[in-house]
Write a protein that binds this ligand. Structure first.
Ligand SMILES: [Zn+2]
Length: 176
């Protein structure tokens, strides 16, 4: 790959450092890329969204003083790619959806429990209002209904935790 530098037109001097490939067979020689090299490498090490945006803007504002627009576009594309391959971005990508599934199941568990308790009490009231002699039966059904609701709550919550933790394990394993 003896590409000429898209900025200065010279061949890269390998003793001065690596050239930056721009894609489509073009590159920036080590001398021309030097002013933005540190910031570009820094895209790998961002720790939050603010740093991601700030580092990208820093690269763009330096690039605007040095290079032509098509080179700036290439550099921005490289910066975005590096940001996406950063451990922070990878972690964010995997973390958000995994939390969502487990949390949804646990929210559903709470809703089902509340519904179960409310239905049991309504059923008891209906039975007693139909025939007051069946009061004891109504109370027993209501208590059993509440116990069932509590048990299903326990099972669904447990399932939600299981989903969350197994997704966390997958996330940890896929990092390395
Ligand atoms: Zn150059």
């Amino acid at each position: 790959m003896a590409n000429l530098c898209a900025q200065c037109g010279k061949r890269n001097n390998p003793f001065a450092g690596e050239a930056l490939p721009l894609g489509n067979g073009r590159c920036l020689c080590s001398t021309c890329v030097r002013p933005i090299r540190n910031a570009l490498d820094g895209m790998y090490y961002v720790r939050n969204d603010t740093e991601l945006t700030e580092t990208r803007n820093k690269i763009l504002s330096s690039a605007q003083q040095l290079y032509s627009q098509d080179i700036i576009d290439c550099i921005d594309r490289i910066a975005v790619q590096r940001g996406k391959s950063s451990p922070y971005y990878q972690y964010k990508q995997h973390h958000v959806p995994s939390g969502k599934v487990g949390n949804k199941i646990e929210t559903l568990a709470s809703i089902f429990t509340a519904l179960g308790v409310v239905l049991s009490i309504i059923l008891m009231i209906v039975i007693i209002s139909i025939d007051s002699d069946l009061a004891i039966l109504g109370i027993i059904i209501s208590v059993l209904g509440c116990i069932m609701a509590w048990l299903s709550n326990l099972l669904l919550h447990g399932f939600g935790r299981l989903v969350s933790s197994s997704e966390r394990i997958v996330e940890l394993l896929s990092k390395k």
